[in-house]
Ligand binder design. Sequence first.
Ligand code: FES
Length: 171
Amino acid sequence: MEKQTSPCNADRRSFLNRLSLGLAGLVGAAMSLPPVAYVLSPLVGKPPRKWRDVGDLGQFPIGETKLVQFQDATSTAWAGDTAKTGAWLRRTGDEEFIAFSVNCRHLGCPVRWVNDAKLFMCPCHGGVYYSDGEVAAGPPPEALARYPVRVVDGKVEIETSPIPLTTSDIT
Ligand code: FES
């Protein structure tokens, strides 16, 4: 005996088919967003940059290299401590500064300024940089990145940008 399909069952099957197709379409669209965003990112524009106050001018004696901390330009409201980054800030004149990124150009580990040796040292793979940020030894492919610095009303400000690694263009 042949089984009959009631109109009610046919409607339900049709509805479930359409629901499955709709959900599959949504999942497919959601999965394709990251690659599409990656492909289009060069067209969207430069990464965000923000000026951050890192202290009073008087806190930085001429010739000294000090670690300063500030919030990354791309941080989100929920980033917490991960939004913090830093720079090695050296005062070279009345209102002249150099701000070296703390991130090694090899794989991004934070470099340390060793004042006695006048070198930046990376603890991860032995990268060494001269006091001007140029590579002295080890695997880093290029000099430490630099941030723009300005003095406004006696405050030293650094223009932040996303964490610079290799081939970054922050300088
Ligand atoms: S991350 Fe600095 S040498 Fe590798």
